[in-house]
Design a protein around this ligand. Sequence first.
Ligand code: AMP
Ligand code: GLY
Length: 423
Amino acid sequence: MKVLLIGSGGREHALAWKLAQSPLMTEFYTAPGNPGIAEHATLVSLDVEDQEAVAAFCAEKAIEFVVVGPEAPLVAGLADRLRTDGLKVFGPSAAAAQLEGSKGFTKDICARYNIPTGAYQRFNNAPKAKAYIRAQGAPIVVKADGLAAGKGVTVAMTVEEALAAVDDCFEGAFGSAGAEVVIEAYLDGEEASFFCLCDGTNALPLVTAQDHKRVGEGDTGVNTGGMGAYSPAPVMTTEMIERTMQEIIEPTIRGMAESGHPFSGVFFAGLMITAKGPELIEYNVRFGDPECQVLMMRLKSDLLPLLLAAAEGTLDQVTAEWSDDPALTVVMASKGYPGSYEKNTPIRSLPEAGEGAKVFHAGTSLKDGQLVATGGRVLNVTATGRTVSEAQSRAYALLDKVEWENGFYRRDIGWRAIEREKA
Ligand code: AMP
Ligand code: GLY
């Protein structure tokens, strides 16, 4: 099968690494990719925002299946455009991608289908939003409605902080994403990520993971795209997984189908496990980054037929096998991330990762033969082990061998699971 993968992050390196192992693969391209992905696929320098250019490339190479990694091209309708040419695509239509593209859209589905989530209201002007905040009190959560690269959410511990966040949104801090604001109740509990493939009708639950969103050790500092992850998340017991499927995923699938926009692709449900059980914080319509890296380390099955089944409507005919061993990934980022950081700093040496370990590339590039860091999140050092503690030790042993002066990372990835293991 001739396959094109869209994207260039650590998530796409993990997908490329797994896809390239498929016996079904005959030709494999990635646009735009990165130097790590180049070990598994032919890189194509396409502008993925240019849907006509992507379609023309697919026609020229007789591509049969396109896997879309990130959310932005999905929300922009790339899957719809490619499907009009008869291509098979892994990833939802623009209409179904609203589950990630509009927080208000998702909250309305939750309300209509009785899906557990924080109570909320949507606002398109600051005075009404502020009045609601004053009436509700703190803690309270203020969210820009649209895509804001993970930065549009303020978990406000005081009313003043929440009011300031409302001003930020309506004064344009998040561009058009902040033209509408969702204000929702603060949920108290432990967060977990749940992944589930969907083909419009059928669901295939995958596994769970836990991200570390804050930049600093002990979960302190500002939110980032994710500083490390591990899988599985112990808080997601069999009972919690079953309840998530019944109370959250299945009604969403029904709701999307009934609204005329059936969802195909991957549901990435951000959950808060509260005293009442699983509650939905948000949906993403693509794999998590860096959660995907740990999922791919644990997946024993061929990934290609699974993604293809989601695109073709045959998920009821496939199963996925997983290793019981946990996997853990540590993100190495440029000093300064998630704020501003220096670009093109040299990465002088990467360690040889043996069996059960892998260094995935995210924001890297090659300049005159030298590997350099071009992004905020740059490397994902990933390892498996019999326990999370063992996976963590192996990952940090590898990290110590990375020679990149401008890089930093958290030293405590996996701490919740490791505390449980010690207890
Ligand atoms: P989101 O972009 O919606 O995932 O939000 C970013 C982060 O904000 C989440 O991972 C949570 O840590 C936090 N968050 C979002 N909504 C809530 C909520 N209702 N209650 C508590 N924390 C939240
Ligand atoms: N790691 C969180 C995300 O991919 O949105």
